[in-house]
Design a protein around this ligand. Structure first.
Ligand code: ZN
Length: 249
């Protein structure tokens, strides 16, 4: 059967003599593995379609398992994301997270739009840490672990300061935070942003100005949530951590 999809390349590996297998996040067919024959040859018409982060139109045949590309066109190459070390690191994390965290049935048109916007925002030079945190929240929502930052998970209180409890799937108020010794006390600024992330669509993300200490706290909060609920040991994550250490020294 022939498929014509819009897709984002979220994984690309060498296969045999000169070929590549890409994993596409598509707008209509979830995640799809497609062989691009001759992609590594210098004169290949389809070589650039096999590059990580490429947004394109892909036409492929598939009966079962892997598809075979017959034709494709680049819509947006996202080459900027493959050039700088930092941008590549963030975009790789978003791609790998999408590839590994989402089950087939969770990968629909909505996440395609979110990842497309995530790549676009990175390319436009918006704050990569904020973009990635927002994207992580979208992944948590899609996998059924949407955190509740509005209401204390223990008593239902909605006012006052809150601590993040990944285990409780949201926040605990000052009366209840003792219930989770690992709970992370949030500042007003951090709480406000987390609440905003839940309401915000990647497609509408503007330029957000966040104080460094708030960003640091948000990073800790997101790490706890991702480790507790997604718990993947991603290569791109460890690379981001190394980069972090390096830039802080
Ligand atoms: Zn409470």
């Amino acid at each position: 059967m022939q498929y014509r999809v819009e897709g984002l390349v979220i994984r690309s590996i060498d296969y045999g003599e000169g070929n590549k297998i890409v994993t596409l996040l598509t707008n209509t067919q979830g995640k799809a593995g497609v062989i691009i024959r001759g992609a590594k040859k210098a004169k290949s018409r389809h070589g650039s379609l096999a590059q990580l982060f490429t947004h394109g139109e892909f036409i492929f045949f598939r009966n079962t398992g892997l598809g075979t590309l017959t034709h494709g066109e680049i819509i947006e190459s996202h080459h900027v994301l493959r050039e700088g070390l930092e941008l590549t690191a963030y975009a790789s994390y978003a791609a790998e997270l999408t590839d590994r965290a989402l089950q087939e049935e969770e990968a629909g048109a909505y996440v395609f739009e979110q990842l497309k916007s995530c790549f676009a925002a990175l390319q436009e030079g918006k704050d990569p840490e904020i973009i990635i945190q927002l994207y992580e929240i979208k992944i948590l929502e899609l996998t059924g672990y949407a955190p509740d930052f509005e209401t204390c998970a223990s008593c239902g209180n909605v006012v006052g300061s809150m601590a993040l409890s990944a285990r409780a799937g949201g926040v605990l108020c000052s009366r209840c935070s003792y219930r989770d010794p690992q709970a992370l006390q949030l500042t007003d600024g951090a709480l406000k942003l987390l609440r905003l992330y839940r309401r915000m669509d990647m497609r509408r993300m503007g330029q957000v100005q966040v104080k460094p200490e708030t960003k640091k706290l948000l990073k800790q909060a997101m790490r706890q949530l991702m480790d507790t609920h997604v718990g993947l040991n991603l290569k791109s994550r460890s690379f981001l951590d190394q980069l972090d250490k390096y830039t802080m020294e």
